[in-house]
Design a protein around this ligand. Structure first.
Ligand SMILES: CC(C)(COP(=O)(O)OP(=O)(O)OC[C@H]1O[C@@H](n2cnc3c(N)ncnc32)[C@H](O)[C@@H]1OP(=O)(O)O)[C@@H](O)C(=O)NCCC(=O)NCCS
Length: 474
């Protein structure tokens, strides 16, 4: 038995959960001192975690002495999430675990939640991880997740380089700036849709909503009057990880230099101007997020910014999500097979030819009425073992095979031969005992048995779906 109990997240788990996250966050902050203080983070994420865990499936791992050793929660049912399907996203503050056994705790929590996410139709699963937690990243990579996005925070302002001849940097405000920006934004989308980034081209935000937003700054770079590129930043850190974001953080939400103007220091000059603008506004932090597959962009940003979050994504096979098992017939066909087998069996009521051959009777009903060949044991007891007969707390549904233990003498041999019948509607079973007969499944244990043998004991039932596994059509 596991030494952890995985259960649903409850309000009393909130404070210990935040403490677990903050312990990990402090380790990240030791590597990246530009990150906000723990007190600021607690204030920002505690209400959000309370809301998230009240609204969506969430779990905790409870260890010895009733301590919270881990927690996990995801926003599920996100439409068109990194593809045409629904998805679930576990934010960087919506999971944590502590101690030397933390990866084991993560494995138990993921197992607990992932099944319900997939059952609810979430094809895509994404998680953001603190960037310096290599051990945890390795765990998620082994679960089939791959890195897609890096969130980073500014650590060093670009130094002033040599003068770039003919360069002019101005905020976009004239109609010709807007026209050039629209054109270059389109070029950027095209370049991100090409290999190796391969992003889909999404509908771009409405031009007026961007230009008229007082929180948005767009800087244009002109070279000898020719539009060379742009960089844009926003005042509320929308889009970057919550541990960077906040109302007083800038996020850089776009950069593009036309290919012929690259490698001259123009993007660095644009960044320097954005940083100076932030300094004038008293902004303590600047964040950015970018695709990890975009190598030139990663190289540029990582010169001045430190990664603090890696967002990783897993695409679950759509065939798994739709729950269709190609190895068993569809439910409608199973119902028809059961119906034909029951009718075949009922036509033989009262016959004595199957006495002592209960398994042959059930198999013949299924096989002859449906032109099938099945794979089972040599005796009813063997078949019950192979199919793992059970479900004793629920009555057998129509078409299921109902099993009993029966130890007796057959063909001169005394052993548990077992007994089996085919379930009809209303808990009745058709089976071959002294003759082919119908009895309530619970009454079969009261049937009289041959002298010298033990009583019939109810073993449970097996759905027809399981019995049909691997069947051959004749
Ligand atoms: C990433 C990008 C913005 C960089 O723009 P850039 O103007 O070329 O950047 P810089 O010139 O400041 O720096 C790039 C390199 O040129 C070098 N450089 C700067 N001035 C130079 C000069 N005068 N001579 C030679 N090299 C120079 C820099 O040192 C840097 O080199 P490094 O990568 O070896 O360190 C640009 O490649 C681009 O637009 N890419 C596509 C946009 C995109 O994908 N955006 C996604 C948004 S996240």
């Amino acid at each position: 038995m596991s030494e952890y109990q995985i259960t649903s997240f409850r309000p009393e788990h909130l404070v210990p959960a935040i403490q677990l996250f903050i312990a990990n966050y402090e380790k990240e902050r030791n590597k990246v001192p530009a990150l906000a203080s723990s007190a600021e983070i607690v204030e920002r994420i505690q209400p959000r975690l309370a809301e998230l865990t009240a609204k969506f499936p969430a779990c905790v791992a409870i260890g010895n002495n009733n301590t919270v050793c881990g927690y996990m929660a995801g926003i599920s049912g996100l439409k068109n999430f990194r593809g045409p399907h629904d998805g679930v996203y576990i934010l960087e503050w919506a999971h944590a675990s502590g101690g030397t056994d933390r990866i084991n705790v993560y494995a138990l929590m993921y197992e607990y939640l992932a099944e319900s996410w997939v059952t609810a139709g979430n094809h895509v699963q994404a998680i953001s991880i603190l960037a310096h937690d290599g051990e945890l990243q390795d765990y998620w990579f082994r679960q089939g997740f791959g890195m897609e996005v890096i969130d980073a925070v500014l650590c060093s302002k670009p130094s002033r380089g040599p003068e770039i001849p003919g360069l002019e940097i101005i905020p976009a405000h004239r109609p010709k700036d807007v026209a050039a920006w629209i054109q270059m934004r389109h070029e950027l989308q095209q370049s991100l849709s090409a290999a190796p980034v391969l992003l889909s081209i999404l509908k771009a935000p409405d031009v007026e909503s961007v230009m008229d937003d007082p929180r948005q700054q767009i800087l244009m770079a002109y070279c000898h009057g020719y539009p060379a590129g742009y960089m844009m930043a926003r005042m509320d850190a929308d889009g970057v990880a919550a541990i960077i974001g906040g109302p007083t953080t800038f996020s850089i939400n776009g950069v593009y230099l036309r290919p012929q103007f690259r490698n001259r220091g123009i993007a660095a000059a644009l960044l320097r101007r954005i940083v100076e603008w932030g300094e004038q506004q008293g902004v303590p932090r600047i964040g950015v997020d970018f695709e990890s597959a975009n190598r030139p962009v990663c190289r540029f940003w990582q010169k001045h910014f430190s990664p603090v979050c890696h967002s990783c994504v897993r695409h679950v096979d759509a065939r798994r999500v739709s729950q269709e098992d190609p190895n068993v017939p569809p439910p409608e066909e199973i119902k028809e097979i059961a119906g034909r087998a029951c009718r075949w069996a009922e036509q033989r009521l009262g016959q004595t030819g199957y006495r002592g051959q209960c398994l042959a009777f059930v198999e013949d009903a299924l096989e002859q009425a449906n032109q099938l060949e099945l794979f089972g044991g040599d005796t009813a007891a063997e078949s019950a073992d192979i199919y793992e007969a059970g479900n004793i707390n629920a009555p057998p549904p129509e078409g299921s095979l109902v099993f009993y233990d029966w130890e007796g003498l057959l063909n001169g041999e005394l052993r548990n031969w077992g007994h089996v019948g085919l379930s009809l509607a209303d808990g009745n079973v058709i089976h071959a005992w002294d003759k082919v007969r119908i009895d309530a499944f619970s009454n079969i244990v009261n049937l009289s048995v041959p002298p010298g043998s033990g009583p019939l004991r109810y073993r449970g039932w097996v759905p027809l779906q399981r019995v049909l596994l691997g069947m051959q059509r004749r």
